[in-house]
Every structure is written in structure tokens, then in C-alpha cells.
Design a protein. Structure first.
Length: 100
């Protein structure tokens, strides 16, 4: 049994085939998250940001290719940085509001 996350729901894949499908959908979700969180207008800019070509991003989104481990870690690292900065801004804003 293998755990995989998709759309904030945890799903249990019974075999390797199901896991690969979920993993590829997760990769597409990561591409979407990069586009949304960094405010890119199109996937060309996502490709530049990740250091890959446009067709690779398109194939990942279609599910025919998957992100390698190094690229997946790079994406998660960048998204983690964005979320950490957002959290710090929220904490600072709340702290300033309480001091007045």
C-alpha cells in the first residue's frame, strides 16, 4: 500500500499503477501551484522559472511525464519559501495590529 496526496485529500493506492497515476496528477498540481503562487501569466514563464522547456511543462500537466526527484524538491522548496514568507507577513501584520 502507498499513500499519495491529491487535491488535499489522502488516497490509498492499492498497487503501483494507481500510485503512478496519482503521482503524475500531483506533479501537475505542483506546476499549477507554481503558476498561481508566483503569479505567472502562462506556462512559458513557469518553464523558465524551473529551468525546463515549455513542452516538458505541457507533458507534465498532461500526465505523460513526471517531475524528477530533483525538480520536485526544487518546486517544493520554492513553494515552501513562498508560504513561509506569507506566514511571516501575516504574523507581522497581526502583531502590528495588536500593538495599537
Amino acid at each position: 500500500m502507498v499513500w499519495a496526496v491529491r487535491d488535499d485529500n489522502v488516497e490509498l493506492g492499492a498497487n503501483c499503477g494507481e500510485f503512478v497515476v496519482l503521482k503524475r496528477k500531483n506533479d501537475a498540481i505542483l506546476i499549477e501551484a507554481i503558476k498561481d503562487n508566483f503569479g505567472f501569466e502562462d506556462y512559458h514563464h513557469v518553464a523558465i522559472f524551473l529551468g525546463v522547456n515549455d513542452s516538458f511543462v505541457s507533458q507534465v500537466r498532461a500526465g505523460s511525464k513526471k517531475l524528477g526527484l530533483g525538480l520536485r524538491l526544487k518546486v517544493l522548496d520554492r513553494l515552501g519559501h513562498v508560504n513561509a514568507v506569507s506566514l511571516m507577513e501575516k504574523i507581522a501584520t497581526e502583531s502590528i495590529g495588536k500593538s495599537f
